[in-house]
Design a protein around this ligand. Structure first.
Ligand code: DWN
Length: 386
């Protein structure tokens, strides 16, 4: 359906002098049977998730988002100190710490060793394992199971959801977040497509996959500014009573995540990529200096797909110490700390972490006031000044 060619693994940052820069096919398919948009070429999970560079705590936006998440779900289920919250893909423990602050016991499951040890060091008990039926047999049944930005990463969705069913108490809730594919398509954000993300969820395939596992989608919340548009789903083993939001969102999605929406998207994206590159090359011709802002996983895809390399970007600045000193794969753009970037600021920042536009533009008010500008890639490349 949409062949993006061969691209590097988004989070496999290179160390200086490294030669292990490999690319893998990235092709998006639309399933006419279940309407799920998905990848069919799978990279073995251990190649992507054993050592990870993304930390949830890297932005104020996500820290606040997960703090409110803990508050509202604890209230919804009336969780007490007797309860234990199980979080799959718990990363550095940001969400679980927010539950602990409310006196609730927690357990994280996180296959990336380095990230799990950050959580452990912060006092969040974490199992360094994948979430599967074998593990479920050793786990206590819970009233709240959470998995945020995990289901898109799962190779065997049926197995994952069967495991969720297994660990959930009948009166419990499985609460999860996924990027909404309707937003990806509408917003042209093709950089959300990478090997780690195997499924791109619309509501129809999501409800169907849950239903096959005996889980019913009972409620939804929509967060348009989280990761470019996020759905928070609430699934139950026992209740089949659906809130009106599920119906409203399903109606809204009707033509936004179907075959034709996907087809239009696949025709728009190559044009957008050319336009963005031409725009940046135009700035370079005028003698302007350009750098990347943020080095998210998305940056690897955006830069490689558009052909934006070191001839255009001097560096990409990122707050995550695990990323600094490394290179964005394929294009070899060096990642520096914000302190280094401030000593040598560009005229234009290409906003690679565009999903934090609000937080970043507010933080960089000084840069903008001094005449600096941002290039925002989506939905259409646009220049923003003070
Ligand atoms: O699904 C996934 C999502 C949830 O998180 C993963 N596969 C990987 C990751 O995706 P990402 O890397 O695209 O996530 P972010 O949250 O868009 O990454 C933003 C990056 O920008 C981080 O490396 C931190 C950095 N950043 C920065 O340098 N300055 C962020 C902010 C807000 C800043 O001010």
């Amino acid at each position: 359906m949409f062949d993006m060619g061969s691209l590097p693994l988004a989070n496999r940052l290179l160390t200086l002098g490294s030669t292990a820069d490999s690319a893998y096919p990235l092709v998006l398919y639309y399933c006419h049977n279940c309407a799920l948009i998905q990848l069919a070429d799978l990279v073995p999970r251990n190649e992507m998730f054993t050592d990870y560079v993304y930390l949830t705590s890297a932005s104020k936006t996500m820290m606040e988002h997960f703090d409110r998440y803990a508050e509202t779900t604890a209230q919804r289920l009336d969780l007490t100190t007797k309860d234990i919250v199980l979080d799959v893909g718990s990363n550095d423990g940001t969400l679980l710490t927010a539950f602990q602050r409310r006196g609730i016991r927690v357990l994280g499951i996180e296959p990336a060793r380095n990230v799990a040890s950050i959580a452990e060091a912060g006092g969040v008990p974490t199992l360094t394992e994948y979430f599967d039926l074998k593990l479920a047999k050793r786990l206590e049944k819970v009233r709240l199971l959470t998995a945020n930005n995990i289901m898109s990463h799962v190779g065997n969705l049926r197995d994952f959801l069967a495991t969720a069913h297994e660990v959930l108490r009948p009166d419990g809730l499985f609460v999860f977040e996924v990027p909404w594919v309707a937003d990806v398509l509408r917003n042209n954000s093709f950089d959300m497509i990478y090997h780690e993300h195997l499924s791109y969820f619309g509501l129809k395939p999501l409800a169907r996959a849950l239903g096959e596992a005996g889980l019913f989608l009972v409620d939804l919340e929509y967060y348009p500014s989280i990761h470019g548009g996020t759905l928070r789903g609430f699934a139950s083993r026992s209740s089949k009573e659906q809130s009106s939001v599920v119906r409203e969102m399903s109606a809204r999605e009707e033509k936004e995540a179907d075959f034709w929406a996907m087809k239009d998207f696949s025709e728009r994206v190559p044009k957008l990529a050319h336009h963005l590159r031409d725009m940046l090359l135009g700035l370079k011709k005028e003698g302007k200096r350009v750098a990347g802002y943020g080095a998210p996983a998305k940056a690897t895809i955006l830069l490689n797909y558009c052909g934006i390399g070191r001839d255009i970007l001097d560096y990409a600045s990122d707050t995550t110490p695990l990323k600094q000193g490394k290179l964005i794969p394929g294009v070899g753009v060096p990642i520096v700390s914000p302190q280094t970037a401030q000593k040598n600021p560009p005229d234009y920042y290409l906003l690679l972490a565009w999903n934090f536009r609000g937080e970043i533009l507010a933080k960089e008010e000084g840069f903008l006031r001094k005449g600096g500008r941002f290039v925002i890639p989506f939905p259409e490349p646009t220049i923003v000044d003070s």
